[in-house]
Design a protein around this ligand. Structure first.
Ligand code: GLN
Length: 507
């Protein structure tokens, strides 16, 4: 399918039937902006269409924890006034969803936890504030594993999200609500967060595009912390061009996050115009095609890489031998950082408070009642890894191996521009299938974790379906702050293929 053909096709349907709910909800950000700019529909109409669809489908899918109905309509009205005044931003009037670990001023933010059931943040996360300033409309807060700890959204305190491609299956996680919302056209795009794969893995399992930008690219201020040296704010969208648009609005240094970096941000439209893989050097690490992975996943990913080769990229096999250490290293560092970060939920500062006999008992009662089983497991693991006597043996050791993993990527990126791998070893699994086996669940992220440990960027793009009709994702990894290379490669791929335009049937 050609570039012009695909983009033109869907905008044309919106032009001819501006009030058909389905068509409006299927628009990409780019198409929605074109329609708004040309006054084919208003932000109010667009927002109403999404709210209607959310009312119809969210009871089944549980993609949203909180729907921001009144707030969204108000934002849409303001956006329409700005549009009428001739204002223009890449996201003005476009309805999006926000993962419920990002603080939204005055809008309930639960982090998927009962401990924050009634928490109303006093400020926006910087990523959210930048989108608000640019005129995005916030449809609501999407479901997530509690404190973003998980790979299936089953650890949410608000019920599991169902995969729109097969409602008996998980959407992946932890940004499963955002991935399902994008796949089911319950928003134009959604914010997610990725500590070890939580944007790319659910994107892969739901057949949408998921961008995890470089650590430091987007401010973490207002993101409820899980593993602070790994956390990043990313985007789930209908295509790579849209991911570039959202990233360009959110990115940039922020005085409130000292790890945010002042790196030049690209122009998403210019990037899309120049997307081409001629001369791009792609490395395929042999350690990412492992025994036990679903054969159809390996096949579809290899076919995706062959497609990029056909389009002019050079492809060569590379080796990243420390890949096998990424999982244990990640689960030491992430849990250690989580155990420190979650100390703030003490029943005193904010959130749930269950009064006990004395202060210590209040901590115990509050945390015992407010946290779910996986969060408690991680706090215990992390506290153990940081305790005197074990700190050197586990935590420090893990940090040293992390450095080696990072250096290995740096060496690889001296020879190749992009690394291509599967995003997940399997397609979406059944709800409950891995819920009682934490190790099996942790393995769901075996291909996405190394990227966070190395602090680089990655994207998952749909590249096929298994025989059960479940989507498969191709992961592309790029050098730190080289999202442009990834997005160009992904956009070029999406101009030549139509995996990303397929939709689940939700009758
Ligand atoms: N599944 C991984 C974990 O549970 C990654 C989660 C994430 O990226 N937030 O830690």
């Amino acid at each position: 399918m050609t570039k012009g053909g695909r983009r033109h096709q869907s905008s044309a349907s919106a032009v001819h039937h501006p009030f058909m709910t389905m068509d409006l909800c299927a628009l990409t950000i780019h198409e929605a902006r074109e329609g708004l700019r040309a006054k084919q529909f208003s932000s109010m109409e667009l927002t109403r269409a999404f709210l209607d669809r959310i009312h119809a489908l969210n009871p089944r899918l549980n993609a949203y924890i909180t729907v921001n109905e009144a707030g969204a309509l108000q934002q849409a009205q303001v956006a329409d006034e700005r549009i009428a005044r001739g204002e223009d931003t890449p996201i003005l009037g476009v309805p999006i969803a926000i993962k419920d670990v990002l603080s939204t001023q005055g809008l309930r933010t639960t982090a998927g936890s009962r401990i924050l059931e009634n928490y109303l943040p006093a400020w926006d996360a910087t990523s959210v504030a930048r989108l608000r300033l640019a005129g995005a409309v916030f449809l609501g807060k999407t479901n997530t594993d509690e404190f973003a700890m998980g790979s299936s959204t089953e650890n949410s305190g608000y019920g599991v999200t169902h995969n729109p491609w097969d409602e008996s299956r998980v959407p992946g996680g932890s940004s499963g609500g955002s991935a399902a919302a994008v796949a089911a056209d319950l928003c134009c795009a959604a914010l997610g967060t990725d500590t070890g794969g939580s944007v790319r893995q659910p994107a892969s399992l739901c057949g949408v595009t998921g961008l995890k930008d470089t650590y430091g690219r987007v401010s973490r201020y207002g993101l409820i912390a899980y593993g602070s040296s790994l956390d990043s704010v990313g985007v789930l969208s209908k295509n790579a061009h849209d991911a570039a648009i959202v990233l360009s609005v959110m990115a940039g240094q922020d005085p409130c996050d000292s790890t945010s970096v002042d790196a030049p941000v690209f122009d998403p439209h210019e990037l899309a115009d120049r997307s081409d893989v001629h001369g791009l050097r792609i490395g395929v690490p042999r350690e990412y095609f492992i025994e036990g992975m679903q054969p159809e996943v390996a096949e579809a990913v290899r076919a995706g890489i062959a497609q990029l080769h056909k389009m002019g990229a050079t492809v060569k096999e590379i080796s990243l031998p420390t890949t096998k250490y990424a999982l244990p290293v990640y689960y030491l560092i992430a849990t250690a950082e989580a155990s420190a970060n979650l100390a703030r939920f003490d029943g005193v500062r904010y959130g749930l408070r269950v009064p006990g006999a004395d202060l210590t008992d209040t901590y115990r009662q509050t945390r015992g009642a407010g946290f779910g089983a996986e969060v408690k497991r991680r706090i215990m693991l992390g506290t153990y890894a940081l305790s005197a006597g074990y700190y050197d043996a586990y935590y420090i050791r893990a940090q040293k191996v992390r450095t080696i993993i990072k250096q290995e990527f740096e060496r690889a990126f001296a020879e190749v521009d992009v690394i291509a791998t599967p995003a997940s070893p399997t397609t979406a699994f059944k709800i409950g299938e891995k819920a009682d086996d934490p190790i099996q669940m942790y393995l769901a992220d075996v291909f996405t974790l190394p990227c966070n440990l190395a602090g680089i960027c990655g994207i998952s793009v749909p590249c096929g379906f298994d025989p059960a009709g479940l989507p498969i994702g191709l992961q592309l990894l790029g050098r730190a702050f080289d999202e442009a290379a990834l997005l160009r490669c992904a956009d070029a791929y999406q101009r030549e293929t139509n995996w990303h335009t397929r939709k689940p049937v939700l009758s």
